[in-house]
Design a protein. Structure first.
Lengths: 425, 752
């Protein structure tokens, strides 16, 4: 059984991505008790799937290492992975949360030695790489995954492979009988840091993501460029495995559009500018189809730098649709270049859809009366009692702004539990 | 028993360590060579039972210095978390068995590797003390907030709500800052369709009603000395009165000023009253008080053109290279002022890229379109103010042709300039050690002239009076993951002085900065370090009798933590220190140390590696690796079962900046055949969280060539690399490259 101590002076953080970790760590380092609930088997969220950050082109795992070290060292933070808040009731200073914990089938005895992985043969789609490759039935989701513990894919339970995994473990860390459990927590303040998911590109029918192999999403492209990713860092066309040398990026794919996401996700322009540097590094040419390039504030420097790159071309146009040249597998982009109103039908070897951020929040788990706007983000408007939204649960934000927001939420939550404790002043 | 050194070594046999290594021999190595009081092996040390065994020994007073030979120090941290003892980890799993082949040939060298890591951990343990915190500062909950605009007021209110008293220092005679000059603000709430109240009045009322907030108007900070938890701040008013405040941490919310539109002569701002800035239009809208907005000459405005990015996003001399981030929505809001009063007014926004991000931005943009605001993608070349009305000459980018139109009024979106103090590093502070006092003063004077702005904080710090700038005058952090990673511990900037932002972001930012100020107050009271070594209780101390007052530590500290006393001795300010050890690396006479990290705690590890005789042909390669990036990369290389030379001995360091050259000269003198330093990326896009650590190490190593020459050793024996945490294969490769180099140039002649 999972044993968790919580009181109405405890802060519950829902979501263990960079925002949730930040809220949890800031509050915990200031002396508060924090429970961090994360749906995935590991913390870090979507930044673990990014190869580089804009505009510095540094590596997200560097900051992740620091935040994981802070987590490991701090007894004030309790991390529950594979856990989801299924309901939350109550009011400021006095909430009850129901947390469902899915079985990992691996307990804390695990030393991450990897013997179980070596023992099994079954493979499953690797969500971490957006299905671009497979992982074994016993796996560590990524090299820095924390908690540093393996996971048994539930689909393997009941198979001979599962028994092999169990037999291979010398530390009695694999428990195939593990069941889903439910934990009730009493907490004083709740910070939702539930983050985002990439908008489902299948819905953008004119772009044919579901029909054309060489039309991929920006998040898939990001995994491809990671040297430890599914293609070993090479930009390979899904249709024929050849290196793509002529890449088109379509901005606002499904964003700023009444038919799909109405909002602008803020990060996609910068993410594409960053991804053109990957292309340039791989001796490929980039063409960016855009409505407005939103390289806000000092990110402008980065835009100017990319504009100077001869390998990158910008076309102001919302691409109308994509067709395919069957022979070459090249997607053909059709539309009008609005600067001068010229029609085009241009083939490219690979098309990357800069898909927007959709909030991952499941509003049904929240108490009544919480301010959630039509885009699905929680608004911190001062009327939500002891519930606060950090990072992309509050708006489409880049990492830097998400962390600002998460730091602010730590203080809002501390204010609540300090009031409960009567320790003001 | 307090200070008695009781070293206990524990060897884990799990994860294949017991199969691959002779653990009995490791125990002997620990007790015989490492001088541990005892050594024990366990089949599964991180299990509840293993941990209980260690805890029982601690409780029984058997040991207070633990040596754990098991996995990497990054693994099983929670299991091996024992109180009131020191802990040294010998990395036998990721550092030895996972990087070596399981073959008979390799067995001997693999075992030697493990033996060395046990000796090294014992040596470290012997020279480590349990850090206790200095107790240098008390719990001081007062927060100084410099600036009384919405950022400052929000920071003060949020801090107060958590129980921390705030002191707002405002230069002008009233609170409210730039926001108080606005008519309305951009929508912050769903459905993001209409301009909203600025909330300034409500904030001022909240500040005034709050007994924990003290406001000093017409006041500036004339001196800030001390450190987090014990800042002493002089506040002076125009009348000359000075108050002294005792402060725990500081939020700098000094805000922004409007870009000087007089520089935009092409837009005739200097020639016509009918060309105004956004801020001037706010005043006109306020004066109109819901009625038609009138020009200075009294004419009602029937047509208005907004010129976006005026003097911004431009590489022209005197222009702002950046985007101010708020002007697009601000112009939409201002166009609404006209449209809401009279839908017949023509409002045209001329833009290049319209930047209205997030959920609210795009809704607000659509609302503007619905109200009939015209958006034209164009670039304005000139504005002709010679006639009664204005003529705007522009290139329409959609039609791809030059056009002109007339308007009653033109509004320039000129953007924001940060109100930051002088950048301590604007002019390189290259003062040679032997420079005369006059030269130093002259350099300092030139520095001030070059900067030409008033100090905001007047820090009494060895390294300048204010927060360092990141770029374009903004005092932002350099780190994506850590926007509040300040270079002056305990001082956090927020709002548009930190980076360009709108009022909604500034409020969030103010709350975030208040959180960091509170965290620093709590940490300083415990004697604990701030991010990124949060919680570290060790602090630097120095032996005054050995100090030569060379000032390297005071100059090289990346956080300006060290001052100099009247005699030129360093004055450490523990709560300003981030525990990177750059001072320790800098010190030529090696008098600086931390309780658990010192010239000896690393130096003795290096010395305790067994150096085989030359004819054994078993070279030794010392690897000093940054603990945050290179060391994890090496761990991951091990996870991926990449092999590297059995002759490497890896020592994690807090930062490459802490590497003292004595470690290298000692290593080379005692027969190491090669030395590799692995630090973070340096330069403009540096990734070192201690700012200059990697850069300092590269610089210091460039000087080591002389030492090598004196020793008659080849230059290739020392290599310094910039390594990222993702360089998994490369780190292993760099070690193998050095092994190859050594094979090529031969063994060191300095074996004893």
């Amino acid at each position: 059984m999972t044993d968790v101590v919580a009181t109405n002076e405890t802060i519950l953080v829902v979501g263990g991505g960079v925002s949730g970790m930040t809220t949890a760590l800031e509050a915990a380092e200031a002396g508060k008790q924090v429970i961090l609930v994360e749906k995935r088997p590991y913390v870090g969220g979507r930044i673990t799937q990014l190869y580089k950050y804009f505009p510095k082109l540094c590596f997200p795992t560097c900051g992740l290492e620091i935040n994981q070290r802070r987590t490991k060292q701090n007894p004030n933070v309790t991390v529950l992975t594979m856990a989801e808040v299924t309901s939350l009731t109550g009011s400021e200073g006095n909430y009850s949360a129901t947390v469902k914990i899915s079985p990992r089938y691996v307990n804390e005895n695990c030393t991450a030695c990897g013997a179980c992985e070596d023992a099994v043969e079954a493979e499953f789609d690797n969500e971490y790489n957006y299905g671009l490759d497979k992982h074994k039935g016993a796996y560590r989701p990524h090299r820095m995954a924390y908690p540093e513990r393996y996971v048994i894919d539930p689909a393997m339970i009941g198979t001979a492979d599962a028994d092999k995994a169990k037999a291979a473990c010398k530390f009695d860390a694999i428990n195939l009988e593990m069941q889903e459990e439910t934990v009730e927590l009493k907490v004083g303040a709740v910070v939702y840091a539930t983050g985002w998911r990439p908008y489902d590109a299948n819905k953008i029918q004119p772009y044919g993501y579901d029909r054309y192999k060489n039309v991929i999403t920006s998040v898939e492209f990001e995994r491809m460029n990671d040297p430890m990713g599914p293609t070993g860092g090479k930009i390979l066309r899904p249709s024929d495995g050849k290196e793509a040398k002529d890449i088109a990026f379509i901005q606002c794919a499904g964003s700023r559009d009444r038919n799909y996401l109405k909002h602008c996700s803020r990060i996609c322009c910068m993410a594409t500018l960053k991804q053109t540097t990957y292309a340039t590094d791989a001796d490929a040419k980039s063409t960016v189809y855009y409505i407005d390039i939103r390289a806000i504030d000092r990110f402008e420097d980065f835009y100017q730098k990319v504009q100077k790159d001869e390998n990158v071309k910008f076309i102001k146009s919302k691409v109308a649709n994509i067709t395919e040249d069957r022979e070459t597998g090249n997607p053909i982009l059709n539309g009008v270049d609005t600067e001068g109103y010229n029609r085009y039908a241009t083939p490219h070897e690979l098309v990357v859809l800069a898909v927007g951020m959709e909030p991952s929040l499941d509003a049904s788990t929240l108490p009544e009366g919480i301010s959630i706007n039509e885009h699905g983000f929680i608004e911190n408007d001062g009327t939500n009692g002891g519930i606060f939204a950090a990072g992309c649960a509050s708006d489409a934000l880049d990492v830097n702004r998400a962390v600002q927001s998460a730091t602010a939420c730590a203080l809002k939550a501390i204010q609540v539990v300090n009031r409960v404790a009567g320790s003001e002043g | 028993m307090a200070d008695e050194l009781l070293m206990g070594a524990y060897i884990c046999k799990g994860c294949g360590i017991g199969d691959r290594l002779d653990c009995g021999r490791l125990e002997t190595t620990a007790t015989r060579d490492g001088k541990a009081k005892f050594a024990k092996s366990h089949d599964f040390l991180c299990s509840a039972e293993g941990v209980a065994m260690i805890q029982a020994d601690i409780d029984a007073g058997e040991t207070n210095h633990l040596i754990i030979g098991a996995c990497s120090r990054r693994a099983k941290v929670e299991a091996f978390n024992f109180q009131n003892v020191t802990l040294s980890r010998a990395n036998l799993r990721e550092g030895v068995i996972w990087v070596r082949p399981d073959t008979d040939d390799a067995r001997e060298t693999t075992q030697e590797m493990a033996d060395d890591y046990i000796r090294m951990a014992c040596a470290e343990s012997k020279f480590m003390k349990l850090p206790k915190g200095s107790g240098e500062q008390p719990l001081n909950k007062n927060i100084l907030v410099v600036g009384g605009g919405i950022t400052g007021m929000t920071a003060a209110i949020e801090a107060s709500k958590a129980g921390y008293p705030a002191f707002i220092i405002e230069k002008s005679g009233q609170l409210g800052g730039v926001m108080a000059q606005l008519n309305k603000r951009v929508a912050t709430k769903s459905p993001y369709a209409e301009p909203e109240d600025t909330t300034v009045d409500a904030l001022i009322a909240a500040v005034e009603a709050d007994s924990k907030i003290t406001v000093h108007l017409n006041a500036t900070v004339t001196k800030t000395s001390g450190a987090p938890g014990r800042f002493s701040v002089d506040i002076s008013t125009e009348s000359g009165a000075t108050t002294n405040l005792s402060i725990g941490a500081i939020v700098q919310a000094s805000g922004m000023k409007q870009y000087d539109a007089n520089q935009l002569t092409e837009f005739a701002y200097d020639k016509s009253d009918n060309v105004v800035t956004q801020l001037e239009l706010e005043a006109m809208a306020k004066a109109a008080n819901g009625g038609p907005i009138k020009r200075k000459d009294g004419k009602e405005v029937n047509s208005v053109v907004f010129v976006q990015c005026a003097g911004q996003r431009s590489d022209k001399e005197g222009h702002l290279p950046y985007c101010s981030g708020f002007c697009c929505t601000a112009s939409i809001k201002q166009a609404m002022y006209f449209k809401d009063q009279n839908p017949g007014v023509d409002t045209v926004i001329m833009y290049d890229d319209l930047r209205t991000p997030g959920a609210g931005g795009e809704d607000f943009y659509r609302s503007g379109q619905k109200k009939g605001v015209i958006f034209t993608k164009s670039s304005v070349s000139t504005i002709d103010a010679s006639g009664a009305d204005l003529t705007i000459n522009f290139h329409d980018k959609i039609l791809n042709e030059d056009q002109s139109m007339s308007a009653d009024l033109v509004v320039l979106a000129t953007g924001q300039v940060p109100n930051s103090g002088p950048d301590p590093y604007a002019v390189p502070m290259e003062l040679e050690d032997d420079a005369s006092a006059e030269d130093k003063q002259a350099a300092a004077d030139a520095h001030e002239v070059a900067i030409g702005v008033d100090s905001i904080l007047n820090l009494d710090y060895r390294q300048g009076t204010d927060l360092p700038h990141l770029k374009h005058g903004f005092t932002d952090s350099h780190f994506i993951c850590f926007p509040y990673e300040t270079r002056r511990t305990g001082i956090y900037s927020a709002g548009p002085v930190r980076r360009p932002m709108d009022s909604m972001q500034a409020s969030v930012d103010a709350t975030g900065a208040a959180m960091k100020a509170i965290l620093e107050i709590e940490s300083a009271a415990k004697g604990a370090a701030a991010h990124p070594r949060s919680g570290d209780l060790s602090f630097p101390s120095f032996r005054i009798e050995g100090c030569t007052q060379c000032k390297r530590c005071t100059v090289e500290c990346p956080f300006g933590a060290i001052n100099e006393d009247a005699k030129g001795y360093p004055q450490y300010n523990e709560s300003r220190c981030r525990r990177c050890g750059t001072c320790m690396g800098a010190c030529p006479v090696r008098v600086i140390s931390f309780e658990n990290y010192s010239v000896d705690s690393i130096g003795q590890q290096i010395k305790n590696v067994d150096i085989p005789e030359e004819f054994d042909e078993k070279p030794r390669i010392l690897v000093l690796a940054c603990e945050n990036d290179a060391y994890p990369a090496l761990d991951m290389a091990a996870q991926n079962k990449l092999e590297y030379s059995a002759f490497a001995r890896i020592v994690p360091v807090r930062c490459l900046g802490s590497v003292n050259t004595i470690w290298l000269t000692d290593a080379l003198n005692s027969g190491y055949d090669g030395v590799i330093l692995m630090g973070c990326q340096k330069g403009d896009d540096y990734q070192c969280h201690f700012v200059k650590g990697s850069e300092m190490a590269h610089y210091r190593m460039s000087k080591i060539a002389d030492t090598l020459k004196t020793l008659n050793l080849e230059e290739e024996r020392v290599a310094t690399y910039e390594v990222a945490i993702t360089d998994v294969e490369r780190t292993a490769q760099l070690i193998n490259d050095m092994a190859e180099t050594v094979e090529k140039i031969g063994m060191s002649p300095f074996k004893f």
